[in-house]
Design a protein around this ligand. Structure first.
Ligand code: PFF
Length: 487
């Protein structure tokens, strides 16, 4: 008999643990800042509702029906539906995406760990904007430090996964997630009085289409073509859609994997709704905590992946009890990252156990080692000697850090390329395949029975979404892929 979650709540906790992570608190604010605020958030929310939610339902249902790792689940379900076994490619691409994502996720999570120690030592106290920036630079320009933290984080992930998915996550999520939520509320409260709150609301919720649709450089200035016209780009749309998948852990089998441990009697619809709502609320709260600080301190919202590390320490350094609150915040964020990391690696580990007969420990160690190695690409992308726009390091040949020029695909560094390729290309393609498979290939009574919605109106709506709406939207955004290769 296959292991199952000990209760309905456990599944929610694990899935929320997977969904809520660096994507909400580190990535959402920094890409929102980079792509101009209001319209970006709107596009992201539309993608969450029209693509994320229906595909979340589909992924849970596929997992619960297949009861195995994504590769084998897809193989079995395609047999059941009389379809070509090549559908298991979805599981394969999911494993690749999971490993690639974790390779950089772990480096950022390592920075979070480093920051919890920095916070506890009190170095943020009464720091100026420049002081806080300096603290970040001293970390990200030191490959040895980044490597050490990346190694520690990967080791912890491997230990957690080797011990089995259930026990650890259950405990971590039950107490730590609510605590993180409360701390975010405290930070939003602080931000409300920081002097930049109104500007932040304006930035986040007032649409400014120009900032979204026209290419800008790292300093926020519009790029111009030869005729002096602004340059139109679909890239922000791809990033917004990709982020909807990323933040909900969709398109690569993580949620499918967790669905496989879910017992028959649980309502998938309710589960999905709870997960999606919590995840979105956490992201918006993170934005409301960070952007007021950005504006109150005259920082650049488009500062990039360092944004939370440049802003939150300013708050911790100046609030009463900041050393304690700051430490706690980064520790909790580390746990949120760990529960997501576990779900990134679990599809591969489960497959190695099922199909290659490896013991869990061995499977976790091997997968972790490969991911650790790929993570070096991110570390070298971030560190090095910068002269003007060009950062020289072991990987300089793949591109250079683009502080000024955000044009030309290969001007992005390897970390940025991996980040974009996984979140904005691999996950949406995975999601598209899941939608098509569950909407068109599987027999209608299998999906209908799996969901057993109470209201008879829900199933047809879901079906229209996965058959037409989500695939159409993903396809539309993808039509413009060649455009982003240039800008
Ligand atoms: N959803 C996680 C986050 O927002 O941090 C990241 C993630 C986990 C992406 C698992 C994909 C995944 F399968």
């Amino acid at each position: 008999m296959k292991r199952e979650w000990s209760s309905r709540l456990t599944f929610i906790l694990a899935a929320v643990g997977s969904a809520v992570g660096l994507g909400n608190i580190w990535k959402f604010p920094y890409i929102t800042g980079e792509y101009g605020g209001g319209v970006f958030i709107f596009a992201y929310l539309v993608c969450i509702c029209l693509i994320g939610l229906p595909i979340m339902l589909a992924e849970i249902a596929l997992g619960r029906r297949g009861k195995q790792s994504p590769v084998n689940t897809m193989f079995q379900l395609s047999q059941e539906a009389g379809a070509h076994p090549a559908w298991s490619i979805l599981g394969w691409s999911g494993m690749v995406a999971g490993c690639l994502i974790l390779s950089y996720y772990s480096v950022i999570a390592g920075e979070v760990m480093a920051y919890s120690f920095r916070a506890s030592s009190g170095v943020f106290n009464h720091q100026s904007v420049d002081g806080v920036k300096g603290i970040l630079t001293s970390l990200v320009s030191d490959p040895e430090k980044l490597l050490a933290w990346h190694t520690i984080f990967m080791a912890l992930t491997v230990v957690a996964v080797a011990r089995g998915v259930k026990g650890g996550i259950e405990k971590a999520v039950t107490f730590l997630m609510p605590a993180l939520f409360v701390l975010l509320l405290v930070l939003v409260g602080y931000a409300m009085n920081s002097g930049g709150f109104e500007q932040a609301l304006d930035f986040m919720f007032t649409p400014d289409a120009d900032k979204f649709f026209y290419a800008r450089n790292g300093l926020g200035e519009y790029l111009m073509d030869a005729e002096g016209e602004k340059i139109f780009t679909w890239k922000p749309m791809m990033v917004a859609m990709g982020h909807a998948f990323f933040t909900l852990s969709l398109g690569m089998g993580a949620i499918m994997m967790y669905g496989s441990y879910l017992n028959r009697h649980v309502s998938i619809g309710q589960m999905a709704l709870v997960i999606v709502t919590l995840d979105t609320v956490v992201a918006l709260l993170a934005g409301l905590a960070i952007f007021p600080l950005v504006f109150a301190n005259g920082l650049n919202p488009a500062a990039g992946p360092g944004l939370i590390f440049e802003t939150l320490p300013l708050a911790f350094g100046n609030m009463a009890g900041g050393t304690f609150i700051g430490t706690l915040f980064f520790v909790l964020l580390f746990f949120a990252a760990l529960t997501s990391a576990i779900s990134l690696i679990e599809p591969t580990v489960a497959w190695l156990i099922e199909s290659k007969g490896l013991r869990r420990i061995k499977a976790a160690v091997w997968t972790g080692a490969v991911i650790w190695f790929i993570g070096l690409a991110t570390i070298f992308s971030m560190t090095g000697t910068t002269i003007g726009d060009i950062t020289e390091n072991l990987l300089s040949w793949v591109g250079f850090s683009d502080t000024e020029l955000k044009a030309g695909f290969f001007k992005y560094n390897l970390f940025q390329i991996i980040e974009f390729f996984t979140a904005s290309i691999m996950l949406p393609i995975g999601g598209l395949l899941i939608a098509i498979f569950s909407g068109w290939v599987m027999h209608q009574d299998s999906t209908e029975r799996e969901f057993s919605f109470r209201s008879r109106y829900v199933y047809p709506v879901w079906q229209v979404m996965v058959r037409y709406v989500s695939p159409f939207l993903v396809f539309m955004v993808f039509l413009n892929i060649f455009d982003i290769l240039e800008f």
